[in-house]
Design a protein around this ligand. Structure first.
Ligand SMILES: Cc1cc2nc3c(=O)[nH]c(=O)nc-3n(C[C@H](O)[C@H](O)[C@H](O)COP(=O)(O)OP(=O)(O)OC[C@H]3O[C@@H](n4cnc5c(N)ncnc54)[C@H](O)[C@@H]3O)c2cc1C
Length: 357
């Protein structure tokens, strides 16, 4: 069977690309090695700018709509950044990613979950994709297969700057729900080169630590964070899961012939906040647009490299500078943030994504 586009990986990048391509009449197949719904280690924080990217309503899969970011310094003191509109939202990735895949299917994408892509052969008359069950051929491939992308590895385009982040979830009772309901909590100073987060879902809290450094024992920092925030006596604490975050900000070639990388596979995670869902959706959509423009307007696929560089990588280079300042001068940054004014407005707009870097 021959397709216009085969997409490897049905996270936010792959499903968003599939949705756009099928909406524009292309024949698309989407593979994921996991059976859906599937677990994905993620805080589940969704910025306002990510929410605004979709051309369909996602309210049914939102856990919480949140108006206040609570910024802690070393779990001891905090300040609040409030917004009239929302600062962000939370999702459970198993539900959210399934929903996005279903949206793509509605537009005509063929979805094969529980189906790992094992090889990609770039041949003169198309690209042959093999799974354990079948072989198909396609004119284009989008590698949206996450931080440990098989596609990128096959074609020597692997993203170099990978860090580990770790997460756990804690079941909470109704009164605690009320306590944490309205805040996205970020705790700076709790881990070198990063922060701890507490994001509320309807029935549980997502708690984790993120860092741009390589601390020897990231698990220990999570333990300390959980303890300092008063959750260490918890009976219902879910397994801790570590996963890779590819921190963006490097210029990269994301195209090999007719194979294009998007999302984490392309190393597109904000190197300050660790936000990746927005960039996965955005790059998935851009990859789809570039394929469409190549086919219909004779615009070179290389436009994708240029657009990603201009719209994502350059802002990430600024984010790296902010990240360096905040993580090296955390107390000073916290004190600056306490004062109403430009810095406070700037940080709030970065969290919501209103202004960007
Ligand atoms: C601990 C942690 C917390 C995070 N918290 C946040 C947060 O709160 N907010 C935020 O915006 N970002 C967060 N991120 C980043 C975010 O999770 C990622 O940036 C985002 O999931 C990237 O989406 P994606 O579609 O590129 O890849 P993924 O969501 O990783 O999807 C890739 C898919 O490819 C599939 N796949 C892989 N290999 C193959 C293969 N060979 N064949 C078929 N399928 C394959 C996988 O099963 C997977 O479903 C966090 C990351 C981590 C690690």
């Amino acid at each position: 069977m021959t397709y216009d586009v085969a997409i490897i990986g049905a996270g936010p990048a792959g499903s968003s690309a599939g949705y756009e391509l099928a909406k524009n009449g292309l024949k698309v197949i989407l593979f994921d090695k996991k059976k859906f719904p599937r677990f994905k280690a993620c805080g589940g924080g969704l910025s306002l700018k990510a929410y605004r990217l979709f051309d369909f309503n996602i309210d049914n899969v939102l856990e919480k709509k949140i108006k206040t970011a609570r910024i802690f310094f070393n779990s001891s003191k905090y300040l609040e950044l409030k917004q009239k509109d929302y600062v962000g939202f939370t999702v459970k990735r198993e539900k959210f990613d399934l929903f996005l895949a279903e949206k793509a299917i509605e537009k005509g994408v063929e979805f094969r979950d529980n189906c790992q892509v094992t090889s990609i052969e770039n041949q003169s008359d198309g690209i042959v994709i093999s799974t354990e069950k079948e072989r198909i051929s396609s004119r284009f491939v989008i590698g949206a297969d996450g931080a440990l992308s098989t596609t990128a590895r096959f074609f020597g385009m692997e993203y170099p700057d990978k860090k580990v982040s770790i997460i756990t979830e804690i079941e909470i009772n109704d009164s605690e729900c009320e306590l944490y309901n309205d805040f996205l909590c970020f705790d700076f100073g709790i881990i070198p080169g990063g922060y701890g987060w507490i994001f509320p879902c309807k029935d549980r809290l997502s708690i984790g630590v993120y860092t741009v450094k390589h601390p020897k024992n990231i698990q220990m920092y999570l333990e300390v964070f959980i303890k300092k925030q008063g959750f260490s006596d918890r009976k219902r604490m879910f397994t801790r899961r570590g996963a890779i975050i590819p921190l963006g900000g490097r210029r990269q070639n994301l195209i090999k012939d007719r194979i294009i990388l998007a999302g984490d596979a392309a190393g597109l995670v904000d190197p300050f906040l660790g936000e990746g869902i927005y960039y996965a959706v955005k790059s998935g959509k851009l990859a789809a647009k570039c394929i469409f423009d190549f086919l219909n307007r004779d615009i070179s696929l290389n436009k994708y490299n240029e657009t990603i560089y201009k719209e994502i990588v350059i802002p990430f280079q600024k984010a790296r500078k902010i990240s360096w300042f905040v993580f090296n001068f955390t107390r000073l940054s916290y004190n600056m943030l306490k004062r109403k004014g430009n810095f406070q407005d700037f940080v709030t707009s970065i969290i919501t994504g209103d202004r960007g870097y």
